[in-house]
Design a protein around this ligand. Structure first.
Ligand code: SF4
Ligand code: SF4
Length: 141
């Protein structure tokens, strides 16, 4: 995200970060196409605790100890690979399956109560996804 902003056309991510409305809640443990991930890994902001590969090897989930994306700068909430971020990041907030906690897909801001509820849900979903990936690793050990 020059900033997080995957959706610069409709969703003003940088403005939301500057106003402290958003701390890049969308940047959790996402699946990266493997080749892309290993090419960009040197730009990671933190070391992953583990990297979980899908069985076919096409995708990898790097998991950091705070369950945020390894490419997220924890101070500025900017993305260190913004120009090369995966499609899932570009889609965030634009499709119903990947809802932004701050803005609707139309670009209209959610109410404070909606933002709070969405943040809880995203946090829950991301933790559940990371736990699922970690369980897969443990089963293989
Ligand atoms: S949570 Fe929403 S406003 Fe914040 S960076 Fe992600 S898409 Fe942008
Ligand atoms: S690659 Fe960038 S935009 Fe995508 S989740 Fe990570 S920090 Fe966020």
């Amino acid at each position: 995200m020059e900033a997080i902003a995957q959706n610069e056309l409709r969703i003003p991510c940088i403005g939301a970060i500057k106003r402290s409305l958003c701390k890049a809640e969308c940047c959790g443990p996402i699946p990266f196409p493997s080749e892309q991930y290993y090419q960009l890994k040197h730009l990671a902001q933190v070391e992953p605790v583990t990297e979980v590969r899908t069985e076919d090897g096409r995708f990898v989930f790097p998991i950091a100890d705070d369950l945020r994306c390894v490419f997220l700068n924890r101070t500025t909430y900017m993305c260190s690979i913004y120009e090369q971020r995966p499609q899932v990041c570009r889609d965030y907030g634009h499709i119903d399956e990947l809802p932004c906690p701050c803005f609707k897909t139309s670009g209209l801001m959610r109410t404070r109560a909606e933002r709070r509820e969405m943040r809880r849900k995203i946090d829950r979903d991301m933790r559940a996804m990371a736990q699922r990936q970690l369980r897969k690793v443990r089963r293989k050990i």
